[in-house]
Write a protein that binds this ligand. Structure first.
Ligand code: CU
Length: 603
């Protein structure tokens, strides 16, 4: 603890000293230090309101390797909000990383965060008193675990890659601004499902700030055209929907809320404070960084050829905002052909479902992805991509109806930068039986819960927990190395996740996907896989806590080690709604201590 505090002090001191030196050297006409070179620049520049939606830059693997420099930056705006951005070596923001199964992703990653707010008060002190920390003992970024506003790391959301340093470890890896370039070397599995994944920081306590500020990007495993012959040759678009602090927080809603109807009252007759579709949202949204701010929601723009079919890959990279997407021609919702969810084609594991599922709207919790076929509007007809209201519960955030993108039909519309190949051979046969056909060896029960710090003060801060049934709720402890769950590689388990709070939560686990078996006690046996799922909120007078039952697949031999599961509403995750799982090798006997520890959580 003491070591970490000292380290934090030195980092802040080093950054502030960098700022101070930069001021002096800039005055003298010399170059600044690395950690401060972005000061005063619009380093995370964004498109203006109403802009056309530009595609993120594609970066593709060649000869089995995608190698790139990537740096993360931050910027403080005059209104006090912060932006974060990933930049390539030629200053392109949040590139699409495109790879094939079996490829190597090699990222030379540099932390260029400056934490301007925290550093500012130190500048004068450093100038007056000289160096605060003249020598810093180097700390191994793989073992640092440091949690400061200028620390960061990368998580490859959805990829089944080992939870180890330089690949996809978020428990110990913490990279500081004065660290040398840190290499991520991620081998995409040969059997990786083709689809949309993403990368974002996952530093406990600071994930929300950095993701809300814009630190996120798409990662695409190529080959989705093999899911269905009708995908061959389709133009494709990557749409990253992010949330951000409200640009106009004081503005009254442009559309006034109609009188509450009976359906907007809960079973106790209390007004539901979210899900009505109206009112001020908790956060603004942006589409590929084009902001669509409250209260008027001036739309971003895109053009399509009339009636043209495209594959849209949509990522909800929001920190806290749930989406419910629809495409409207006039007022009519259009059919959207879902091909894949959370990076996995709907029939990738050989299940007998239809390859494309046609729906009129798509719910996307934070962190989830969907890939769907959409048809361009006819000439002259107004069309919109919208998100409809999501009822996140009385304790949840308000996610109202809002327009996002105006879609215009234009016979001369430029093609998106990428089209799917024409190759349409089907996927190879799965190497393992479908997870839904394997009997689980354990059934564990976990639950989301919340508590006011001061139970007598409803305005006191909320504490967030994700707990094994039978255990006492406590927030995730980043200092601990004790797993909450020990599972064995080679096994399949069922996890029942309950929600004992009055707001929606969004369960996510690293390193693997799961099948949704039951939804609120109703068998659904979805014939596809997810890595995020909503767990409905509790309402008073319910006879049981709402829950989902998930079939968890620990059969991948590469997934051994310790990693995390958590709520992907990042405010909740940062607040402690996270647990630690250790997957031990199949040949290792689970220790008695750990077996006993977990028995309480098993049914
Ligand atoms: Cu949550």
């Amino acid at each position: 603890m003491l070591r970490r505090f000292s380290f934090f002090f030195c980092v802040i001191a080093a950054v502030s000293l960098g700022l101070a030196i930069n001021s002096v050297t800039a005055f003298l006409g010399a170059a600044g230090l690395s950690a401060s070179r972005d000061v005063g620049r619009d380093v995370c520049a964004r498109p203006t309101v109403g802009s056309a939606v530009a595609e993120p830059q594609d970066m593709r693997s060649h000869d089995g390797v995608l190698e790139l420099d990537l740096s993360v930056h931050d910027e403080k705006l005059p209104d006090g909000s912060s932006r974060y951005c990933y930049l390539t070596s030629d200053r392109k923001p949040s590139p699409n990383l495109r790879l094939k199964p079996g490829d190597l992703l090699l990222i030379h990653f540099k932390n260029d965060l400056t934490d301007l707010a925290a550093a500012q008060p130190e500048i004068d002190r450093a100038l007056i008193n000289g160096p605060i920390c003249t020598a810093k003992k180097p700390v191994d970024a793989c073992a640092s675990g440091a949690m400061t506003p200028v620390s960061t790391n990368l998580h490859f959301h959805g990829l089944s890659v080992p939870p180890v340093c330089h690949q996809d470890d978020v428990l110990h890896t913490s990279i500081q601004p004065d660290d040398p370039v840190f290499d991520y070397r991620v081998r995409i599995p040969d059997d990786a499902a083709p689809g949309l994944y993403w990368y974002h920081p996952h530093l406990h306590g600071f994930s929300k700030t950095q993701v809300l500020g814009g630190a996120s990007g798409a990662l695409i495993i190529e080959g989705i055209e093999r899911a269905d012959p009708q995908l061959a040759g389709l133009p494709e678009r990557v749409l990253v929907i992010r949330d951000q602090d409200l640009v106009n927080p004081e503005a009254p809603p442009a559309i006034s809320e109609p009188a509450m109807s009976k359906s907007q009252l809960d079973s106790d007759g209390d007004a539901v404070n979210s899900g009505t579709g109206f009112g001020k949202p908790s956060k603004d949204l942006s589409v590929n960084f084009v902001p669509v701010p409250y209260p008027d929601y001036p739309t971003a723009r895109l053009t399509m050829k009339p009636g043209e079919k495209q594959l849209w890959r949509v990522l909800n990279a929001s920190a806290i905002t749930y989406l419910n997407l629809a495409v409207l021609f006039g007022r009519s919702p259009q059919q959207l052909g879902i091909v894949g969810i959370d990076g996995v084609p709907l029939h990738f594991d050989g299940s007998p479902s239809q390859a494309v599922q046609w729906v009129s709207h798509i719910g996307l919790p934070p962190g989830s992805r969907v890939e769907f076929i959409v048809e361009g509007p006819p000439l002259g007809g107004p069309a919109l991509l919208v998100t409809r209201a999501v009822d996140t519960g009385p304790a949840g955030e308000n996610d109202p109806n809002r327009a996002l993108v105006a879609i215009t039909a234009d016979a001369n519309a430029p093609e998106p930068q990428t089209s799917l190949p024409s190759r349409t051979e089907p996927f190879p046969a799965p190497t393992r039986p479908w997870v839904g056909d394997v009997a689980p060896v354990h059934v564990r029960r976990l639950y989301f819960s919340e508590q006011q710090e001061n139970p007598n003060d409803p305005n006191s801060p909320t504490r967030f927990f994700l707990t094994m049934d039978g255990e006492t709720p406590k927030p995730f402890d980043p200092q601990s190395d004790i797993p909450d769950i020990v599972a064995r590689q080679g096994d399949v388990e069922d996890w029942i996740i309950e929600n004992r709070s009055t707001e929606l939560h969004d369960f996510h686990i690293h390193q693997l996907h799961f099948q949704l078996i039951d939804w609120n006690g109703i068998a659904v046996h979805e014939p596809f896989l997810r890595d995020t799922v909503n767990v409905p909120y509790y309402k008073s007078r319910m006879l049981a806590y709402p829950s989902v039952r998930l079939r968890m697949d620990f059969r991948d031999p590469a997934i051994v080690g310790t990693f995390v599961y958590h709520c992907h509403v990042l405010e909740h995750e940062d607040g402690g709604m996270m647990g630690r799982i250790q997957v031990v090798p199949a040949s290792t006997a689970t220790s008695t201590t750990l077996s006993n520890q977990n028995k309480k959580g098993e049914l």
